[in-house]
Each structure stands twice: as C-alpha cells, then as structure tokens.
Design a protein. Structure first.
Length: 291
C-alpha cells in the first residue's frame, strides 16, 4: 500500500507566511523525480509552529496538487487526542490517503494510554493510520508488544520507525506480522532498515535528493542491496550534515542551495550556523547535487 521513498515534505515560507505556490511546485517536482508518496505537515513540515488553519491548508493544497498520482499521508498527530481526531477527520474530508500519527509527546502516556489514544483515532475515521514512533522527540517509546496489539485493528497498517534501532524491525515483524508496513524515519539507517524487512522511508533528505532516494528504495525492494548501498554511500555525508542541527533547518538550507525554496524557518528554530552550512555544502557536492 505505502512503500518506497516518501519525502517528509517541508512547508515553504515567504516573509513569515505560507508560500503555497512553491509548495505546489515542490509537489510537481517530487512526482517528476519519482517520489512514491508525500507526507505533509509532519515535524519536517514545521507542524508545531503552524496554526490549525495553516495545517489544514497545507494538507488541502498537497492533496489537490498530487491529484491522486501518488499517495498523500497527512500528519495528524497531537498530544491531545481530540485535536488529533479533528486533524484526521479533516485529512479524510479533503482526500488524503492516510494519516501519520505521532505518539503523544510531553504528557508521557503509558503503553495502555497509547493503545487508548490510537484506538480512538482508529475509530474516528476510515483512513489508514501509520504510527510514528520517535521517542527522541516524544519522550515515549511504543513497545513492539503494544504495536502488535494496535496492529490487530484493521486500519492501523504500519509504522514510521525513527528509533534508529534496526532490531525493532524484526521484533515488530514478530508482534505485528510480516505484512505490517514498516517505514524508516531515519535516513542514515534506511538501507539497513530495509534489509531487516522494511519497505521504505519517510525521508527528510528526500526533500533535496528525491530521485536518488527513490532509486535507492527501488533497488532495496528489488533485492539489489549492492546498488542501494552505492547510493547510500553517496548520500551519507549529506544525511549527517542535514541532521547536525534540526533536520528541517538543514534540509531547507540544502533546498535553498538548489533554488527549490527559501531556507526560512519559524521561531524557535533559527537558520544554520556557518559551520553547519559548510557541512551541508560538502554533503551536496559529495552526492553530486552541486559542483
């Protein structure tokens, strides 16, 4: 259902406002470059600093621009279950293909609380749900056993796993079943993630190198890990550079170097330091994206 390379889409800004024309151009560019899906208004889309209406507008515009050509998995996470339900229902109303729902951050629910939260979301609409497990940001880790319980629900279909723990893929194959969709959320380990049983990546770096990452994912899905590793080797310095500071700041700077969008971000995030800019520039050259 969902596989391959799916950019965790940035939200372009111009003078503090949504830059919708650039957003639409990015959707067209990603489709032309071979991306297998789009994931707007996740953390890389700066969802924490978008207003509720801006969040809705971005989902609406991406769905409209994609026009059914590739799937759109809309971010719909919140640490407020009622708010997450509202976002999921909106995504369903405007035609998204699925929702990405992060584990509730800051309030640190128990595993039973996670089951209750995701069950309520499952029951509130008809869209497939991808669980987003990123304990480094949310400070709560969904265990493979809890995920296995949730996988019994018909519309909880997969996970974006950003733990960086490649053993999780095997553990979750046991608890959730081999057909449960496992997508990496961590660019640097995405190649190894697929070797363990993953089927794709919701990628930050794919915002700037969509064709290369689509080709890498296609090679993995075809079992050609040698070709995929060659692409990973070319991209690894860029992966590391982008995440030296918050990844969305790094990737927006990289995109600005390719004239794809502005590097503008919203507070409390700020632009990259000069040292990190140098690392990103080096990573772009190593990948062959600039001279």
């Amino acid at each position: 259902m969902f596989k391959g390379s799916m950019p965790a889409l940035v939200t372009p800004f111009r003078n503090g406002e949504l830059d919708l024309e650039t957003l639409k151009k990015l959707v067209e560019w990603h489709i032309g470059e071979g991306s297998n899906g789009l994931v707007p208004v996740g953390t890389t889309g700066e969802s924490p600093t978008l207003t509720h209406r801006e969040h809705e507008i971005v989902v609406e515009e991406v769905v409209k621009a994609a026009a059914g050509r590739i799937p759109v998995i809309a971010g719909a996470g919140s640490n407020n279950t009622v708010e997450a339900m509202r976002l999921a229902r909106h995504a369903e109303k405007v035609g998204a293909d699925a929702v990405l729902v992060v584990t509730p951050y800051y309030n640190k629910p128990t595993q039973s609380g996670l089951i209750a939260h995701f069950t309520a979301l499952h029951d509130c609409c008809e869209l497939p749900i991808i669980i987003y497990n990123i304990p480094g940001r949310s400070v709560v880790d969904m265990s493979p056993e809890t995920m296995g319980e949730l996988a019994k629900l018909p519309r909880i279909v997969g996970v974006k796993d950003a733990t960086g723990d490649l053993a999780r893929v095997s553990d979750q194959r046991i608890t959730c079943g081999a057909d449960f969709i496992q997508l990496s959320g961590e660019d640097a380990t995405a190649h190894g993630f697929n070797a363990q049983g993953g089927v794709g990546c919701i990628s930050v770096t794919a915002n700037v190198a969509p064709k290369m990452l689509s080709e890498m994912q296609a090679a993995c899905l075809a079992g050609d890990y040698a070709t995929a590793l060659g692409i990973q080797d070319r991209l690894m310095p860029l992966h590391k550079a982008i995440f030296t500071e918050p990844g969305l700041v790094g990737v927006k700077y990289a995109m600005s170097r390719l004239d794809l969008c502005s590097d503008e971000v919203r507070l409390p995030l700020t632009g990259l330091s000069d040292a990190t800019r140098g690392l990103v520039d080096d990573g772009l050259r190593h990948a062959g994206l600039t001279n």
